[in-house]
Design a protein around this ligand. Structure first.
Ligand code: ATP
Ligand code: MG
Ligand code: FE
Length: 342
């Protein structure tokens, strides 16, 4: 089954052709980082406009890379998937309208996909051996979710962030340090040259709960900078390394505690922050030590991309069936992770 998927929830315009959920035949990602960098965050109106400007080309390129054109779309594509939420309202609408148009014109079933399902299943694309059940940790710009996945679409959300998402904490920390946007990759790079023990940031473990909280580390950094402003490169390296270490240890500690408590033998990471080099290292090492298999998407599938939407769409239609074009289908900017079979 070939799914044509579109993702426009935030600041990446992406389209992809995915066969049988796991074989990515093409994926095109057009990033808007340059547009938003000067504002240190995504500006919703600019994001919507950029999606409108980019979407046609991205769709055409993804089809072309998979050896498909508009004359054989009908024969080669079985369904059209799109991100229906969560995300920026205007940005979501651009992808939804493009997907609805294709589904209408070519009379294909339309599959709305939760963006978080995309991040949750993104590891499966390259690790076909991931077995259920598993513990999923979704760490992205807007979410931090610890989820027990019993079966495809059958979830129990164990914990989420009570304040800042982990990616948001990285982005805000970078801004405080006068670094570029997005802050996650910038801090990650600089942290490589620093001493992770230099600044003692507390680890917000929130004992007795599976929730996370990252605003405390962020404020700790703000207070630290008030008394010790950055004066040289070494100091910046050390602060970044210490901040990254505190975040990575917190995520790792809580995930492995949850895996042990709920007797889950696999941990699957997803979301842009899973691109972080220390988080990847520390999870893999702790997994080996605890005999828990850890699966992490490669960098292209960590941040937003339409291949993960095509993957999630495949498993969703297997559980829910294919639904023909419902022009009334709505996007939902605050969609939460939901079970497919209730
Ligand atoms: P959501 O998925 O919650 O709707 P989003 O789609 O904006 O949010 P993603 O594209 O999945 O989020 O991830 C973007 C986030 O990932 C940004 O906050 C960015 O700073 C962070 N990020 C990317 N690379 C790294 C890295 N190497 N280290 C830490 N954070 C990173
Ligand atoms: Mg993004
Ligand atoms: Fe995302």
């Amino acid at each position: 089954m070939n799914i044509f998927a579109i993702e426009t929830s935030c600041d990446e315009t992406s389209a992809s052709v995915v066969s049988n959920g796991l074989k990515v035949r093409s994926v095109v990602i057009s990033s808007q980082i340059k547009i938003h960098a000067g504002f240190f965050g995504v500006v919703p109106e600019l994001a919507s406009r950029a999606h409108i400007e980019n979407i046609n080309h991205v769709i055409w390129q993804a089809l072309s890379d998979a050896g498909i054109n508009f004359t054989d779309f009908s024969r080669k594509i079985d369904a059209v998937a799109f991100t229906s939420g969560p995300g920026l309202a205007g940005a979501l609408l651009v992808g939804a309208i493009a997907a609805k148009s294709l589904a209408c014109v070519y009379k294909k079933p339309l599959i709305p996909v939760n963006h978080l399902d995309g991040h949750l299943y993104s590891s499966l694309i390259e690790n076909k051996s991931v077995k259920l059940p598993f513990l999923s940790l979704i760490i992205s710009g807007g979410h931090t979710e610890l989820v027990a996945v019993e079966d495809f679409g059958k979830y129990k959300v164990l914990g989420s962030t009570r304040d800042d998402a982990v990616g948001e904490a990285f982005d805000k920390a970078a801004k405080m340090l006068g670094m570029s946007y997005p802050g996650g990759p910038a801090i990650d790079k600089i942290a490589e040259n620093g001493n992770p023990e230099a600044v003692k940031f507390t680890r917000p473990y929130l004992k007795g709960s599976w929730d996370f909280s990252f605003s405390g580390i962020k404020t700790a950094l703000l207070n630290y900078l008030k008394t010790s402003p950055v004066r040289n490169e070494k100091q910046l390296n050390d602060i970044c390394a210490s901040f990254r270490q505190a975040v990575a240890e917190t995520l790792c500690f809580k995930s492995f505690e949850a895996a042990k408590k709920f007797n889950l033998k696999r941990i699957v990471l997803g979301g842009g922050v899973s691109a972080n080099s220390l988080i990847r290292k520390i999870f893999l090492k702790t997994g080996q030590k605890n005999k828990i298999k850890v699966f992490i998407p490669s960098l292209i599938y960590s941040t937003d991309n339409a291949a993960m939407i095509g993957c999630a769409a495949y498993f969703k239609q297997k559980n829910c069936g294919l639904k023909y074009d419902d022009i009334q289908l709505k996007t939902n900017p605050s969609l939460s992770l939901e079970n497919w079979r209730l």
